[in-house]
Design a binder for this molecule. Sequence first.
Ligand code: HEC
Length: 107
Amino acid sequence: MIKRTLTGLAASGLAALSMAALAEGDAAAGRTAAETCLGCHAVETYFNVYPTYHVPKVGGQSAAYIEAALKGYRDGSRKHDTMNANAANLTDQDIANIAAFFASQGR
Ligand code: HEC
């Protein structure tokens, strides 16, 4: 009985910890992780050279929006060759960090 209660407590403690870890992106780590992204997403005019297509501005977007977009590109539910390739190797923590970084920009 006591053992079961302790196990339950430990399990809920772990769940709370991992939820906090997911919610809290580290913007400084995200700045480093976003280095490759900035070549496209930090350009003033938000167009690339060829073929000419619009690159959306992600600085100042909400972290939740960026996180959802990146997870969509990573799992393929949102299709765009460039972004599918860019998101393919990101971990949940990378995405949280990158989202925190971009959300802190451009305001
Ligand atoms: C080669 C250029 C390029 C690189 C590098 C790049 N992106 Fe993108 N990104 C784009 C384009 C183009 C789109 C628009 C795709 C679409 O229409 O779905 C986009 C879309 C996005 C979106 C969705 C924006 C919206 O308004 O819905 C997010 C978020 C994003 N990129 C984040 C990133 C992150 C984070 C990285 C680095 C890991 C990255 N991108 C690297 C070109 C790039």
